[in-house]
Ligand binder design. Structure first.
Ligand code: SAM
Length: 347
């Protein structure tokens, strides 16, 4: 058995007050399990003074050596430091402690995700955890990210930005035009400041509600010449508009923080989350590839976990459960009690 201690970054903004350990533990268990390296037994959650850490074990027979575990842990949303416990033959609990180097696999600095500040923004760390869980559930190692992310309710693009930072392509849909105008300007300014080769294509459409933009960005000229640009497509439309230029079966992961049923940027439209999902999921299911995944955050005050699970299953997305029934539930404020669910499109 290989035993590890994972120290977590502190929850500076107090977003997950009291829930950081539970959220990080759920992300760790779900990602390792989806990649067939399920932690053995419980993941211990420890608070010790200013430190919070997780203790977990992985069976070495599942091809999870220190390097593999460190690469995955390095990509998780709250990892600060990783130690191997009892690395010597005695494997004792109090055996030697060895620090393991962890690093992130990012195409661009995470400033891309943290720079924008606005009301209604989904927490960056939660969004990253959602992306990691969605990738692993779709059979993609988050430490070797690839493919296309869709956020069909993308606001000003927190999940799209993570996808770009991970080197993936991204598609966003948002009915609030000013959110997408802000987001488009932000992407152009970011790329200019970072001196990255980029282009913004704007497609005129008679139906002004379906304005489509394609942003292309490359890490350098060589990648641009080799046609290796990443793309961010945004559509100013309803999240379930099947007339949009999104190919069926082209999306690997759907990641979205659903409207909370309260006013956000003047555009919340539906207050019942189950009804909203029943309406939009058929289109999302079509756009996802078989074996692709969906990770949603929503306000429990607008729908219970069972309802959301049921609606997903009816639409053809099988909810993923983890041993111990961990949850990512956390209070955002007095009106939002948020939870997260992951499901996989059946083949
Ligand atoms: C919780 S916010 C998402 C915020 C986003 N993750 C961010 O960080 O900017 C939910 C978004 O859903 C959008 N929305 C509401 N109804 C929608 C619909 N029918 N189709 C698509 N998006 C919708 C809202 O305008 C809002 O931007």
């Amino acid at each position: 058995m290989n035993r590890y201690t994972l120290y977590l970054e502190s929850d500076l903004n107090r977003v997950f007050t009291g829930s950081l350990l539970e959220i990080a533990s759920t992300e760790l268990r779900l990602v390792l399990t989806a990649l067939e390296m399920e932690p053995v037994g419980d993941i211990d959650q420890v608070s010790d003074g200013r430190s919070q850490f997780l203790r977990f074990s992985v069976d070495e027979s599942v091809d999870a050596d220190d390097t593999t575990v460190a690469a995955i842990v390095g990509q998780l949303s709250a990892s600060a430091a990783l130690f191997r416990i009892g690395a010597q033959e005695d494997h004792a609990d109090d055996g030697p402690v060895q620090p393991l180097s962890i690093s992130e696999t990012l195409a661009y600095s995470s400033e891309l995700v943290t720079t924008q500040r606005y009301r209604g923004k989904t927490n960056e760390r939660l969004t990253r955890a959602m992306l990691n869980m969605a990738l692993a559930s779709a059979g993609i190692n988050p430490a070797e990210p690839t493919g296309t992310l869709l956020d069909p309710m993308c606001g000003r693009g927190t999940s799209l930005n993570w996808a770009v930072a991970y080197g993936m392509s991204a598609i966003g849909i948002e009915p609030d035009r000013s959110s997408l105008d802000h987001y488009g300007s932000f992407l152009e300014t970011w790329a200019k400041r970072q001196r990255l080769p980029h282009k913004m294509h704007k497609f005129a459409n008679k139906d002004s509600l379906k304005r489509h933009r394609t942003f292309e960005v490359s890490p350098n000229r060589a990648a641009q010449k080799a046609d290796e640009a990443q793309t961010v497509d945004t559509f100013n439309a309803d999240g379930a508009d099947e007339s949009l230029h999104i190919k069926n079966g082209s999306v690997d992961v759907i990641v979205s923080d659903l409207p909370y049923g309260i006013q956000h940027q003047g555009s919340a439209r539906e207050s019942d989350t189950s009804e909203l999902l029943e309406r939009v999921l058929p289109a999302w299911h079509q756009w996802a590839r078989p074996g692709g995944s969906i990770c949603l955050a929503w306000n429990l005050k607008r729908a219970g976990r069972r309802d959301v699970s049921r609606v997903l299953a009816v639409a053809g997305f099988e909810p993923v459960t983890v041993t111990g029934g961990h949850t990512m539930r956390h209070k955002v404020d007095s009106t939002i009690d948020r939870d997260v669910i992951v499901a996989v499109k059946r083949n």
